[in-house]
Design a protein around this ligand. Structure first.
Ligand SMILES: Nc1ncnc2c1ncn2[C@@H]1O[C@H](COP(=O)(O)OP(=O)(O)O)[C@@H](O)[C@H]1O
Ligand SMILES: O=C(OP(=O)(O)O)[C@H](O)COP(=O)(O)O
Length: 403
């Protein structure tokens, strides 16, 4: 994989360089609540700008449905990028249309433009190779060189991640190089006991990784929205909690295999429930109830792990030598459901283990809940991406940079 250092050595002065970043930052009411993913791509953007490139930054944000949707505009991220760079950043209100071309044509060497959310175009995420290729062709018209630095999205076979690099000279940015360097340590020679904590809300995306973890990890702790599919598979009712019904047979099989292999599966013993999802805007008190994990009322939803589970999980992490954690333990964005995530973060800090926290929201949680990000071994900008990397899967966005 050629890195940006090779590109800088070749010279980029006056060249249009397309940087595929992951600026998929958490927003509340249009305001960025954690800018970690923007800061993570700064070294690449700065180095290119300082070398005189015309830098075109592109990213997705959220999951719009292949058409423009103001709720998912990248404008707030572009503005924050400008603040962090200390220089104005042009923003194009479309992705491959006249506004994008005007913005790029207007760049002087050393200047930066951000184009609108890539997922406003159906071609970006299409499963149809020709449709993706066509969109990639239109993106290619905006640049002379491609730099892949959106680590959080390298597991997606999307036009800007997979198809575009094949059309331009391509290089890996600093973030991708760093992420791969650290995660490699967890695939080569992992120190044991190796504990993995999984939570979050992208349950269908992430359940599959357990298949692989059963071969690797000594202990798997399940929390967040993922826990309820496990509890249901154990025969408990989960009320209106997040549930991946079609995965129940697979989850049962995981639990059986874990037992046979001596891998410890740790599930919540108590949870915080409420009939209502909390108001993340007003943060009005949610008044949750603590119930045993096998006694979730039919009309209620599990929104965090409970106090006994917090203690249990801390004890299961205390003697670990390696911990990988992806996915918050609850709806940490609301203070009434943040204690589970806080307890796991604290448990990681209390061990002498090598700790890796992965995922946009997990990383944001650690920072917004007041933990020092430098106290963890590594904070990865990718959740799904780091999990799939650890699985040993070929990641489309990395393969494209290697070819
Ligand atoms: N029990 C739960 N029910 C619903 N959502 C949850 C629950 N626990 C955690 N979440 C949500 O999961 C989201 C993060 O999930 P995910 O995107 O999978 O993590 P990451 O970005 O770290 O990979 C957070 O917004 C959080 O509110
Ligand atoms: O937030 C992301 O992934 P993550 O939640 O697994 O860290 C990435 O930006 C990828 O987004 P996607 O899962 O909508 O493709």
């Amino acid at each position: 994989m050629k890195t940006i250092d090779a590109l800088l050595a070749e010279g980029v002065n006056g060249k249009r360089v397309f940087v595929r970043a992951d600026l998929n930052v958490p927003l509340a009411d249009g305001t960025i609540t954690d800018d970690g993913r923007i800061r993570a791509v700064l070294p690449t953007v700065k180095a290119l700008a300082e070398a005189g490139a015309k830098v075109v930054v592109a990213s997705h944000l959220g999951r719009p449905k292949g058409a423009p949707d103001p709720a998912f505009s990248l404008l707030p991220a572009a503005e924050r990028l400008g603040e962090l760079l200390g220089a104005p950043v042009a923003f194009a209100q479309d992705t491959v249309g006249p506004a994008a071309h005007d913005a790029v044509d207007g760049l002087e060497p050393g200047q930066v433009a951000v184009i609108e959310n890539l997922r406003f175009n159906a071609g970006e995420t299409s499963k149809d190779d020709a449709e993706r290729a066509e969109f990639a062709e239109r993106l290619a018209a905006l640049a002379d060189v491609y730099v892949g630095d959106g680590f959080g999205a390298v597991h997606r076979k999307h036009a800007s991640v997979y198809d575009l690099p094949a059309k331009l000279p391509h290089y890996a940015g600093y973030l991708i190089a760093t992420e791969v360097g650290v995660l490699k340590k967890l695939t080569d020679d992992v120190k044991r006991p190796y504990a993995v904590v999984l939570g979050g809300a992208k349950v269908s995306d992430k359940l599959g990784v357990i298949d692989h973890l059963l071969e690797k990890a000594d202990r798997i702790l399940i929390g967040g929205g993922m826990a309820y599919t496990f509890l249901k598979a154990q025969g408990h009712e989960v009320g209106i909690s997040l549930l991946q019904e079609d995965q129940i047979p697979a989850v049962k099989e995981y639990m059986e295999r874990a037992e046979a292999k001596g891998v410890e599966f740790v599930l919540p013993v108590d949870v915080l429930v409420s009939p209502d999802f909390p108001d993340l805007k007003t943060k009005a008190p949610a008044n949750p109830t603590t119930v045993a994990a096998d006694a979730i009322p039919a009309d209620q939803e599990g929104l965090d792990i409970g106090p006994e589970t917090r203690k249990l999980y801390a004890s299961k992490l205390a003697d670990a030598a390696t911990v990988f954690w992806n996915g918050p333990m609850g709806v940490f964005e609301h203070p009434d459901y943040a204690e589970g995530t806080k307890a796991v973060a604290q448990a990681l800090l209390d061990t002498s283990a090598f700790t890796v926290v992965g995922g946009g929201d997990s990383a944001a949680a650690v920072r917004t809940l007041g933990f020092d990000e430098n106290a963890f071994g590594h904070i990865s900008t990718g959740g799904g991406a780091s999990l799939e990397y650890l699985e040993g899967k070929t990641l489309p966005g990395l393969a494209a940079l290697e070819n």
